[in-house]
Ligand binder design. Structure first.
Ligand SMILES: Nc1nc2c(ncn2[C@@H]2O[C@H](COP(=O)(O)OP(=O)(O)OP(=O)(O)O)[C@@H](O)[C@H]2O)c(=O)[nH]1
Ligand SMILES: [Mg+2]
Length: 249
């Protein structure tokens, strides 16, 4: 009998192999690693979604066990990140001036809130949970959708080429509550597709800045490691595609 943690990771691998969930994992090309070096990232999202946990993982620390509401505008100094990649490779990424912030809507809309955090970021990570996805909180009038609407209104104030990536956290919890992984995968791929459509609709004409959504678990280190590889590649690929299109135009 495998340990629960291992069973969850195996189930994640199975899910990730389903069409429409994750594209296959390929090696990070050197150009992508170079591109990421020194990038400035911002981490936003609803309260308790796992923003602090993400920052902890990036710094190779364990995640906070209990949730403590982050105060507004708490700044995290720039830190170097040693990211473990597949094929036993490790890369050094410097995240400059990462600013951590709580998730309440008050923080979002305050002058020193989310906008101050996102303003000079190259890549914005929006952290939500898999519950937000399965309960379709990205539909009109609901929390995730309101955040997306907010993002749209601030687009003109962000860095010209700022990219947005969604992290769908706590996938471990949802795996634990399922036994039929095939049915779960079918449902998930539909929801992910609906989320992509919603984001693209809301962000239009900035929709090319959206680099996709990735299932992740800050709690499970192996899932986190696999997912972060995917994220690094997906964001770089989106950037690369946009550049190619610009050149062709
Ligand atoms: N099961 C599970 N729990 C998680 C995961 N990531 C974070 N948590 C837990 O969720 C709670 C909230 O995590 P935080 O990282 O503090 O959330 P936050 O987004 O910084 O919250 P605010 O600062 O209040 O907006 C903590 O108790 C974490 O241990 C995950 O992937 N799986
Ligand atoms: Mg926090």
């Amino acid at each position: 009998m495998p340990s629960p943690a291992l069973a969850i990771f195996r189930a994640f691998l199975l899910l990730a192999s389903f069409p429409g969930i994750e594209k296959h994992v390929v090696r990070l090309v050197q150009a992508a690693i170079d591109w990421w070096s020194g990038k400035k990232i911002a981490v936003i999202g609803p309260t308790a979604a796992g923003k602090d946990s993400f920052l902890a993982r990036l710094q190779n620390r364990e995640i906070p066990r209990v949730h403590s509401n982050s105060p507004m505008g708490e700044r995290v100094k720039s830190f170097r990140v040693k990211l473990a990649l597949s094929h036993h490779r490790v890369i050094d990424i410097t995240c400059k001036g990462v600013i951590n912030i709580g998730g309440e809507t008050d923080y979002r809309d305050a002058p020193a809130g989310w906008l101050a955090v996102c303003k000079d970021a190259d890549v914005i990570f929006y952290v939500m949970t898999i519950k937000d996805l399965s309960e379709k909180r990205f539909l009109k009038g609901r929390r995730i959708r309101e955040d997306l609407d907010w993002l749209m209104t601030v687009m003109p104030h962000l860095k010209k080429d700022a990219l947005i990536h969604i992290l769908i956290n706590k996938v471990d919890e949802e795996i634990e509550s399922h036994t039929d992984y095939r049915a779960f995968a079918v449902e998930l791929s539909k929801e992910l597709h609906a989320l992509d459509k919603a984001v693209e609709t809301v962000l239009h004409p900035y929709d090319s800045r959206y680099t996709g959504a990735t299932l992740i678990s800050m709690k499970s280190k192996p899932i986190y490691t696999l997912a972060i590889n995917h994220v690094l590649r997906a964001v770089y690929s989106a950037f690369h595609e946009t550049e190619k299109r610009k050149k062709a135009a």
